[in-house]
Write a protein that binds this ligand. Sequence first.
Ligand code: GLV
Ligand code: MN
Ligand code: MN
Length: 417
Amino acid sequence: MEYRFGTAASAVDEARLWERHVRMAQFGALPGGGVNRQALSPEDGRARRELARWAAEQGFTVANDPVANLFIRREGSDPSLPPVLAGSHMDSQPTGGRFDGIYGVLAAFEVLQALNDAGVVTRRAIEAVAWTNEEGSRFQPGCLGSGAFTGAIPPRPALEEVDRDGISARAALDQLLDGESDFARRPLGFPVHAYLECHIEQGPLLEQAGVPVGIVTGVQGSRWFAIEVTGEEAHAGTTPARLRKDAFMAAVDIVDALRRLMHDPEDIVRFTVGRFEVGPGAPNTVPGRVFFTIDFRHPDPHTLKRLGDQVEPVVRAHAGHCSVRVTETFTSVPCAFDAGAVASVRTAAAGLGLRALELPSGANHDARFLAEVCPSAMIFVPCEKGISHNEAENATPGDLAAGTRVLAEAVVALANS
Ligand code: GLV
Ligand code: MN
Ligand code: MN
């Protein structure tokens, strides 16, 4: 039967979608209203189990793969064709909000259920996917699941990463997968026809423009570094400054020099030291060790390369009497999304009469990785004051549903192509 545009969007249930956000926010709930649902943690496992339960109620098949990417499949009329995937991630920042990541998974699931409710048959299967460890806050780098799926991140070294409690990603992964032995198991990576991802904008532009939908044109580039500064522990009361190898003081000089390197009057450079650890951490011992991270991003590939390549020389030049080790832990060049996939989002928004703004993404996303293997695009919805990676993150039920309706129509069009 011929598909009539708008059928899937009309079946998207705003209240149901909102209720599911509220429910998911209970897994890893924080007192301030946010969420701490670290990748591969028990909270992550419980949220995944809940999603799988909803999937079973709808008659969808549930599968995971060796890095715990989670797939929920609604079959198409030709099961032999590569499916259309839609999703995002379920892990959060340590003091994260209730929408970053989980919205894209719940929107994709809502589309599958809306298609059931409306009795729509698509040619290709459609799968809702939750990619493992997008945030990279527990185990670096982020986007482990989507990066491993596409071949960009070899799982073997990535799984050797340990968290702050000394638990390896591999051990956490094995434990999580043990609890999902009733799910079907797939090999890592398979052909995908197209990938779409809904996400809150995590910036202020849509809200400022008063527009419910963002058509995302691409993702800026990122380079992450881990810096270890090694000095010498000494007695704080007796050791004169001239004899010290103070790792903290060296690190302060290094960060100051990096801040000057990254200073940008146009305010386009993004430079963040998000983790800074001093060892041994006693008030009366001169620190012998500092570890800190750098998250540097830019939309222009030349600037990303030029400034990123200066990080190590600048660190070395300001280390004083200490030694340093600089490791680049993650690199992602700026990407433009596939014109056809972006057009499918644009057509869906226009057909639904929704005003939309075209914009690049400042945040990184799983779609950045999928874009290397299939036509991919993203749909943004506004979030309050652009706040994200913060417990106060907020979005309206209406905007979340609007983005989901656009997803529904775009996904159906792709699944019938
Ligand atoms: C994802 O949260 C990112 O770091 O951009
Ligand atoms: Mn996210
Ligand atoms: Mn995030």
